[in-house]
Every structure is written in C-alpha cells, then in structure tokens.
Design a protein around this ligand. Structure first.
Ligand code: AMP
Ligand code: MG
Length: 403
C-alpha cells in the first residue's frame, strides 16, 4: 500500500459511529438506522380486498351466476356478517374480507344492481385477496441496521404507525480557518488580504455529508489565537482546520494541536495536491489539518475527512464509487506522490472516459467546478498515454444519467 492508501485506511480505522438518537420519521431521511427495525405486527393486519368489487364464495361462482348482494363493506369498515351460499358482499379496496368469502370479484367483471351481481368470468379461490402477513410478518427484522433511510423505509415504518426511529446521531464538525491574511466573506479585502472562502466551502461539504458544521472563525498566526480556537474545536465530534500546516515559521496548527494533546497519526501522506495534510486524534475526536489552498482543502476533505464523517454517522459505504476509466488526454507527473487529477468523466461507448477539467495548477479554482471525479495517478508512475487506464473516484453519483 502507498502512504496515501495507508493513510486513508488509518483514518477509517480510527473512527466509529458517534452515538444513537431517536428522531421523528420526518427527520430520518438520509440518516442511518442504528437498530434492526422489527415489524411490530403482520402487514397487512387482516385479509383484505385488493379491488373494488364483491366478496364471494368461489364455489358458487360459475360464469353467468347471479348472486344476491347482502352486505356493503366500504374502506374503513369491517363486517361480521357471514357471506352465505348464493350471496355476495359489495366491498371496497382495503376493507376486511367478511367471514364465509374466499375471493373477490372486481366490479369490472360483473353486471350489478343494488340487489344483485352477475358474474361474467371464472372466479378462483383467493382471487384479489391480500392475505394477512403476506407482505411482512410480525417479528421479522424487515429493515436491517445500517440501512440509509429513504422513502420506502419511511413508508413501511409509518404504515406501522411508528413515530420515532433510532438513527446514528449527526456529528458536529468544527471548522477553523487560520491565517493573518484572511478576512471574512462580505468584507472588501485590502490588497494582500484573502477572503476566507474555505470555511464556507468546508461547511457546505460537511452539510452534504449530512453532518452539522460548527464555524469557529479565523485563528490569527499566533499561538494564543490558535490555542483558544483549537481547544474550542476539540469540543466538537470532529475538527477540521484550513492552512498553517506546512513547515513555515507561521504554520502553527500541528504544534499547537500537539500541545493540546492531539496525537498526530500522519503528516504528508504522499499526495498532490494536499501535500502537507495532517491527521491526528484526541480521544475519539479526529482532527484533519488541511492545507489552505482552496483546491487542496476541498480535495483533502473529500479524500480523508468525508469518509470519516460518514462512518461516524453510521454509514457503511463511505468511499466514493471507484471505477476504472481511461484518460482522454495524456498526463505526466513526478514520481513519488499519488496525484489527484481533476477530471470530467462521461460514459462513452460503455466506458468511463475522463477528460481534464482544465489547468491542474492548484491555484486554479475553476477547475473544480467542472470536476465530477478525481483520477488517481499512482505514486511511482510518471507518464500516462492517451487511453491509459486509471482509477476514478466518482464525486457525482448521478453520472450514469448523462449517457
Ligand atoms: P497556507 O496553507 O497557509 O500556506 O495557505 C495556502 C494558500 O491558501 C494561501 O494562498 C492562502 O492565502 C490560501 N488560504 C489560506 N486559508 C484560506 C482560506 N480560509 N480561504 C481561502 N484561501 C485560503
Ligand atoms: Mg498561512
């Protein structure tokens, strides 16, 4: 394994689901079920009609037979009156099958008046009856723990009148930007000042993971400021910092984190962009120290922090879908580091084809806009011919729809 692969694995191995809470079904969308959902009852709860029609005794029912209509059972009503030979009960979809009946004849297959019904077709025993428990049996673990809750899961739980569901709790992810050059969004930067775009970019990426961003603001390039805000950040479930993580004399993040008891697990995981990324743990709190360059910040969040946050929220699938694809343009790089190439992937002739999304210089932010995948160029390789096969981390799960 390369440094990069080991680093990614290490992050995942260090974190675990943060805890469980019970939420209203309406709040459960996209959350991960923390316990098997066991059906409290049979579904359907009773034998019922699948059609608007007539509940009959199938033995009575040769085509052409005329039965006497002796009962009327609309939806929401049940009847204890036995359907006797030669008789039928008018019944609506969903209503319980009355005693004595063993089939339902759809209204379209009859000629009927208020008092009589003439059967036009053959009727078989059990026709158009939905039987108790045929969908779900009471006691069955019908939705396994670990399932991401969507409309079908909510539909089933709601149909049992369940109000609260146990899900892994949302994690709070603290975000700290660092640097004397930064001013907040909405401020007009003076020359040499930079607008703090990373905080909001990270907050957005965190929200898209389903987690809750906690914005700490900007730490200035001095120890006191770093100490105060980093210790605040360590109260969250996850801490993500931007900038100040290289080897410059103003780069204080790693040093101050160490003072605060964060045990560094790796630094410089052999990647480009994102070279100086660091990762540490304090107790259960993972700390991602990402570089400040906005392209590097986003890519390293994507590759390291996102999978950890998803895992802490109970997700089992935490990595982006990785596919093999081909490069539309050739590429070259230095040996030694895994390179992330920002690419635009489309499906052409049944293959994933990656074209560069533009200038790969990390100073070029707009290249991220058209980027729907990262091509992973292995550490030791240097030359990639047109058509070379590479791994692609698909950032856009709807890619297939583009065909
Ligand atoms: P550093 O990692 O401190 O060397 O910063 C690298 C580059 O990223 C510099 O050009 C910074 O101005 C820029 N940068 C640092 N922090 C931010 C931020 N919060 N938002 C936008 N750009 C940033
Ligand atoms: Mg700096």
């Amino acid at each position: 394994m390369t440094n990069y692969e080991q680093a990614r694995r290490m992050v995942i191995d260090k974190v675990a689901p943060a805890g469980v809470e019970r939420v209203l079904l309406l709040e459960a969308a996209g959350r991960v079920l923390a316990e098997d959902y066991v059906a409290p009852k049979d579904m359907p709860r009773w034998d019922n009609s699948a059609m608007d029609g007539f509940a009959v005794r199938s033995a009575d029912c040769a085509p052409g037979t005329v039965l006497k209509v002796t009962d009327y059972i609309p939806a929401g009503v049940s009847s204890d009156d036995v359907v006797t030979p030669g008789c039928a009960a008018r019944i609506m979809t969903g209503a319980p099958i009355p005693p004595g009946a063993d089939a339902v004849v759809p209204i379209e297959e009859t000629e009927n008046t208020a008092e009589t019904v003439k059967l036009l077709q053959q009727v078989k025993k059990h026709d158009h009856i939905r039987f108790q428990g045929e969908d779900v049996r009471g006691g069955e673990a019908i939705i396994p723990r670990g399932t991401v809750i969507g409309a079908p899961q909510v539909s089933l739980m709601a149909s049992f009148s369940t109000v609260l569901v146990p899900v892994y709790r949302k994690v709070r992810v603290a975000i700290l930007s660092t640097g004397d050059e930064l001013v907040e969004v909405g401020t007009e930067p003076k020359e040499s000042q930079i607008v703090n775009s990373n905080t909001l970019a990270l907050a957005t990426a965190i929200k898209l993971c389903g987690a809750e961003p906690v914005i700490l603001g900007i730490a200035r390039d001095d120890r006191e400021s770093h100490r105060a805000l980093l210790s605040e950040g360590l109260k969250a479930d996850v801490l993500v910092t931007s900038a100040g993580v290289s080897a410059g004399d103003r780069d204080l993040v790693r040093e101050v984190l160490a003072e605060l008891g964060v045990v560094e697990q790796f630094w410089k995981p052999g990647i480009k962009p994102g070279g100086p990324t660091a990762f540490g743990m304090k107790g259960n709190v993972p700390v991602f120290s990402l570089p400040g360059n906005p392209v590097s910040t986003m890519i390293t969040f994507e590759e390291f922090a996102r999978p950890a946050i998803l895992r802490m929220m109970g997700h089992e699938k935490v990595f982006r879908r990785t596919v093999s694809g081909i490069l539309k343009e050739g590429a070259r790089k230095k040996a030694g580091k895994v390179n992330f190439l920002r690419v635009h992937v489309a499906i052409e002739g049944g293959r994933f084809v990656a074209s560069t999304s533009g200038d790969q210089n990390t100073g070029i932010l707009k290249t991220m806009l058209r980027c729907n995948a990262l091509a992973i160029l292995p550490a030791e390789a240097t030359e990639f011919a047109v058509g070379a096969e590479v791994d692609l981390h698909l950032l856009d799960p709807t890619l297939e729809m583009e065909v």
